[in-house]
Ligand binder design. Structure first.
Ligand code: GLU
Length: 270
């Protein structure tokens, strides 16, 4: 079954911490590339949204930490420090193209509660109407997985956002070019799965197989995210963020990465 992207209207892109950071802090070049692609899509009339990680890692780097930050309170502090640093890089990159971006910090609560969700949806619609690119992250300062108020990983957060804002396509950028049947570095027979109609136990088992967990969130959370998106009527592509112009090429229909089909949309969009 082929990918049918000719009628794309709303696209959500998620980028993880490992793609965004290098030894000095932020990988500015990567931000520039992703933003360049988002701008191309935006100029074509698509409504694009970014979900970005990296706040905690950047905050830790600001504090001069060299090892992983595990303590919850310190992670929250790092998120508070790192989030404006992260946004300053996106703002600089979008400004180069004459575009405006906006920060949207959310938690599981806002997505789940009807009142706040409707409010959020209205804000995002206004941003789209204004031609602004919303950039989401979890509000890690007030919400943590430990107290059960956070989604906890941006793979699933991006899928919730995609289904709640009725996106057509979710693109998860990672450090491997999709889901393999085994570890491509060790198993010469490992095959890239390019087309998945249903995220079932068999598919999830591939993600659990040794060596396929190269990315930060792991392939499993990406598949769980794709499942959430599919249930919301949104297609997902999991692909490598190292691939040049991956976002534009995917939207042009190039069969990059692993494609997860949406389930039939249950409602008609406004
Ligand atoms: N919200 C976290 C951050 O910005 C990232 C969560 C994730 O990597 O999935 O640092």
């Amino acid at each position: 079954m082929s990918r049918e992207f000719s009628a794309l209207r709303r696209v959500v892109v998620k980028i993880g911490s490992n793609l965004l950071s290098d030894r000095s802090g932020v990988n500015v070049e990567r931000i520039r590339q992703v933003v360049g692609d988002l701008v191309t899509l935006h100029d074509r009339g698509l409504q694009v949204t970014l979900v970005t990680s990296g706040a905690i890692g950047l905050g830790a780097k600001e504090l001069g930490r060299t090892s992983a930050v595990k303590q919850t309170a310190l992670r929250q502090a790092c998120a508070a420090i790192g989030q404006p640093v992260l946004m300053s890089h996106y703002r600089a990159a979008f400004t180069e193209h004459g575009k405006i971006c906006a920060q949207v910090l959310i938690t599981r609560g806002e997505l789940n509660e009807r009142r706040t969700f409707v409010n959020l949806k209205n804000s995002v619609s206004s941003l789209f109407e204004l031609g602004v690119i919303p950039i989401f992250n979890e509000n890690d300062v007030v919400s943590t997985a430990e107290i059960g108020t956070a989604v906890g990983d941006n793979d699933r957060l991006s899928a919730f956002v995609a289904s709640k804002i009725d996106a057509d396509l979710l693109i998860l950028l990672t450090d491997i070019d999709g889901l393999y049947t085994g570890d491509p570095k060790r198993d010469p027979h490992a095959k890239l799965l390019t087309d998945i109609t249903k995220v079932d136990d068999q598919v999830l088992a591939y993600a659990g197989s040794a060596g396929s967990m190269f990315s930060t969130g792991g392939m499993k959370t990406k598949l769980l995210a794709a499942k959430i998106a599919a249930n919301g009527g949104c297609a997902t592509v999991i692909t490598s963020g190292y691939e040049a112009n991956a976002l534009v090429r995917i939207c042009d229909g190039e069969p990059l990465g692993t494609y997860v089909h949406p389930h039939k949309r249950m409602h008609q969009r406004a």
